[in-house]
Design a protein around this ligand. Structure first.
Ligand code: BGP
Length: 471
């Protein structure tokens, strides 16, 4: 018997910069990632998304593989600079045509598109004007969103505004490992506030265009967040307090504004006192309050153990895939993430903890009510073994099977989980880890003209979908 509701969507996910390639084709303008990934020392071994999986030119082949696997939905993002090379102003018809062609191809195969409007590739032209620190970017995003609704709103039912604000703001403005490479928490909070405003403005326009009949009547719009449950490293009161703070900073700060229309009050007060940010303008609070979104997308990879932190003020990411090579994260005086001595870890030192998916979804249900949830990413990054020419990714199958079971447990406990989108459909670029960190059901042979090859997990997921998850 299956644990999954009849309408449950079986998907897979990707993002424009990581999969499309064709970085300057047919009038596309540069995004911050097109520029940043070419700066020395920014990514693993200088990799970039110039070519990626060349999905831009090979999308028909990719959609055919999705159909063969049995996907009923596909999550992808639109590259803002394909539609608007300068971020605003003149529209690039070739970019618009590409997404029409992709969406039409998906629909022809009975695959529902889930469109993410922003998966980190801000137009460089807008960055040059201040990026997310400027309210002009909020206006530009609302206009870009409206363009997308007018073009694709009659075709697509599932929309998400932003992907993982905690990551692109946290890494863009606090650790400095993503563009624009800033390390300033006050600037981070202001940029983040503008993202929430941009989200609210985009939700507002979505609903207006729905009323005008430009967007399908059954269409919904959500926000995609990292789901990262936090557990105290011990039962010492200082670790428990550190866990509360980390959960407030990483979870409530990013979910409350879009699901409650306001910031967590105590944290907001603390941030404004300590850092003087975020600053509100008249109307901001009302805008957030009036535009709570329809669903939440959750990207689940790992949980974190949290401890009190008198010493560490550092972020070190393992980008090599050599297990145990060192991953460190902490804000001195606040909290730090520590390794679970009995935990199971990936080669990039991410804890594998399937139960966290159940726990995280149920924590959201307890705080925000029983809202619709889509698991918009979940997957194992690995250097997949090739045996006799076949990609035998048993570890991925094991990871996904255990997480799917955890999703079923959340459903059994009453959560309204409506779809599962493993990351990723094909292998693609991992932002800081290059092409060696593979996630896909489909292997991309970078030595042989990006030839597509079905992995063992491709057939496993095909069977999951065929049986509607009753394996
Ligand atoms: C999420 C992003 C994805 C993807 C994934 C895997 O944070 O939304 O774009 O990259 O993580 O992360 P990584 O590539 O760093 O392993």
């Amino acid at each position: 018997m299956t644990a999954f509701p009849k309408q449950f969507l079986w998907g897979a996910a990707s993002a424009a910069y990581q999969v499309e390639g064709a970085h300057d084709a047919d009038g596309k303008g540069p995004s911050i990632w097109d520029v940043y990934a070419h700066l020395p020392g920014t990514t693993h071994e200088g990799t970039n998304g110039d070519l990626a999986a060349d999905h831009y030119h090979r999308f028909k082949e990719d959609v055919a593989l999705m159909a063969e696997q049995g996907l009923t939905s596909y999550r992808f993002s639109i590259a803002w600079t394909r539609l608007l090379p300068q971020g605003r102003g003149a529209v690039n018809p070739a970019g618009v045509a590409f997404y029409h062609a992709l969406i039409d191809e998906l629909l022809r195969h009975g695959i529902k598109p889930m469109i993410t409007l922003y998966h980190w590739d801000l137009p460089q032209a807008l960055q040059d004007l201040g990026g997310w620190e400027s309210r002009e970017t909020v206006d530009a995003f609302a206009d870009y969103a409206e363009l997308c609704y007018r073009e694709f709103g009659a075709k697509a039912e599932l929309w998400a505004t932003f992907n993982e604000t905690v990551v692109f703001i946290g890494m863009g403005y606090i650790t400095g490992a993503h563009p624009p490479g800033v390390r300033d928490p006050a600037r981070a909070l202001q940029a983040c506030h503008h993202v929430f405003l941009a989200h609210a403005r985009a939700v507002q326009r979505f609903r207006e265009l729905k009323c005008e009949g430009r967007v399908r009547a059954d269409a919904v719009i959500g926000f995609v967040n990292v789901l990262q449950p936090h557990a105290p490293a011990s039962d010492r009161p200082e670790d428990i307090a550190a866990r509360e703070l980390a959960d407030g900073c990483f979870t409530h700060w990013f979910y409350d504004p879009v699901l409650r229309g306001e910031y967590p009050a105590a944290l907001l007060h603390w941030a404004q006192e300590a850092l003087g940010a975020p600053l509100f303008a008249p109307g901001d609070a009302e805008l957030l309050k009036a535009n709570i979104c329809d669903f939440i997308g959750v990207n689940y990879y790992k949980r974190e153990l949290v401890a009190a932190n008198p010493d560490v003020d550092n972020t070190r990411i393992n980008t090599s895939g050599e297990k145990g090579s060192g991953r460190e994260f902490g804000f001195r005086g606040l909290f730090k993430f520590v390794r679970n001595p009995s935990g199971e870890y990936t080669d990039w030192d991410w804890e594998i903890y399937p139960k966290g998916l159940t726990e995280g979804i149920l924590q959201l249900k307890a705080r925000y009510g029983n809202l619709p949830v889509y698991i918009t990413e979940n997957g194992l990054g690995a250097k997949d073994p090739i045996i006799d020419g076949e990609v035998v990714d048993d570890a991925r199958i094991d990871y996904l099977a255990r997480h799917l079971k955890a999703a079923a447990e959340a459903i059994a406990a009453g959560a309204d989980v409506r779809g599962y989108y493993p990351w990723s459909f094909t292998d693609l670029l991992s932002w800081l880890n290059g092409y060696q960190k593979q996630y896909g059901f489909v292997y991309i042979d970078r030595d042989h003209h990006l030839a597509r090859q079905r992995k063992k997990s491709f057939f496993w997921y095909q069977e999951v979908i065929r049986s509607h998850g009753s394996l």
